[in-house]
Write a protein that binds this ligand. Structure first.
Ligand code: HEC
Ligand code: HEC
Length: 313
């Protein structure tokens, strides 16, 4: 009797342990087990954060492993998305994930966060679209999504962008010659006498301390930063780094100067904005459905162009 009860107890206990084992095992399999891509690379928020901070080191064009030469320049995503996108304000990635999927005027179709990151890969990084199944693309998206949660948990004061008043567009054409003077006085010390930036070490695989603003290793002419208003907004808010104190006029002129220089060309720009009415007034490449010269799209004045599109509506 005692013996029988004993073995019954043992059986109950054993099946309990087995049950717990099965439960833990399936949690590990279906949730805890790291997701991998077909190269066996793990998808993780940490990998995504590292890729955004050290893009050049981890997937730059001079990477030792040819299969990892995924970016076309040695910029980092964090060259523009400061502090790996965690800084509130201009080009912050803190709330980016909440905006996708959405319609892209540039692509003419709806796109998700992966598509948007690939937009920066092809243009800002002058590279290639990453495969939608790659651990690289999925990890960067996972990181950007995790920033959304971080933002939700942030206190009100930490959400506030600590930057100068937003850029207000001067009602005139930008003046690249005046911009050159601003460049020499306020930017050249870090970004170089020829916009080439300053490498972190003699080995380009280590990336830049100060990223290039133009030349062969910079963003290409299809990038958002190549639009004078986008660049002026960024520059007014963030540059000179640590001391962003330019006036609207200075930011406008220096943005026009930077974008009057040589940089990589992106093929097939004419297929962007299939509905031409969606082209931004400062879209620096044609074709346009308005009569304004390309120069005016590059440096303004933008008032008359906006007025033209208003009358089309
Ligand atoms: C040369 C500057 C630059 C670099 C480098 C760059 N980006 Fe961007 N990024 C931009 C600009 C400009 C925008 C457009 C912002 C807008 O639409 O107002 C943008 C937009 C984005 C957005 C959408 C943000 C939103 O709120 O809708 C994401 C996500 C993004 N970038 C991720 C990346 C990733 C990941 C990399 C690196 C692979 C990268 N970017 C590299 C300039 C850059
Ligand atoms: C003290 C050094 C310093 C000065 C001065 C400075 N920058 Fe920068 N700039 C940086 C750094 C560093 C980054 C990359 C951001 C990071 O790593 O945090 C950057 C990024 C940029 C970028 C985006 C990335 C790229 O390569 O295109 C632009 C555009 C830019 N700076 C323009 C300017 C302009 C215009 C001025 C002058 C008004 C200026 N900067 C002055 C250090 C500086």
């Amino acid at each position: 009797m005692n013996n029988q009860r004993g073995s019954l107890m043992m059986a109950v206990l054993a099946s309990g342990v087995l049950g717990i084992g099965i439960v833990i095992g399936s949690i590990w399999l279906f949730q805890g087990a790291p997701e991998q891509d077909d190269k066996g690379t793990e998808v993780s928020v940490e990998y995504g954060r590292a890729l955004i901070r050290e893009t050049s080191v981890l997937m730059g064009p001079s990477h030792e492993d040819p299969a990892m030469r995924l970016s076309g320049s040695n910029l980092d995503c964090s060259s523009c998305h400061l502090d790996s996108g965690t800084k509130p304000g201009t080009l912050s990635l803190l709330t980016a994930s909440s905006r996708y999927p959405r319609f892209s005027g540039r692509d003419g179709v709806e796109g998700d966060l992966l598509d948007r990151i690939n937009g920066c890969m092809e243009r800002s990084m002058n590279g290639q679209k990453l495969s939608r199944n790659s651990a690289e693309l999925r990890s960067m998206a996972a990181y950007v999504e995790s920033l959304g949660n971080q933002y939700a948990a942030m206190g009100e004061t930490r959400r506030e962008a600590n930057e100068p008043e937003a850029f207000t567009e001067p009602p005139r054409a930008a003046n690249p010659a005046a911009g050159l003077l601003v460049y020499e006085e306020r930017c050249q010390v870090c970004h170089g006498d020829n916009g080439q930036g300053l490498q972190a070490t003699l080995d380009i695989r280590e990336g830049y301390l100060f990223p290039p603003l133009w030349g062969p290793d910079s963003f290409n002419d299809g990038a958002g930063m190549h639009r004078v208003l986008t660049a002026a907004n960024f520059i007014k808010a963030r540059m000179p780094l640590g001391q962003p104190d330019l006036t609207d006029d200075e930011a406008f002129d220096v943005a026009a100067y930077i974008n009057s220089t040589e940089r990589p060309h992106m093929a097939n720009l004419e297929v962007d904005y299939p509905d031409r009415k969606n082209k931004p007034v400062d879209g620096p490449y044609g074709p346009y459905i308005d009569p304004f010269p390309i120069e005016q799209h590059r440096i303004g004045p933008f008032g008359p162009i906006r007025e033209f599109y208003r009358t089309l509506e």
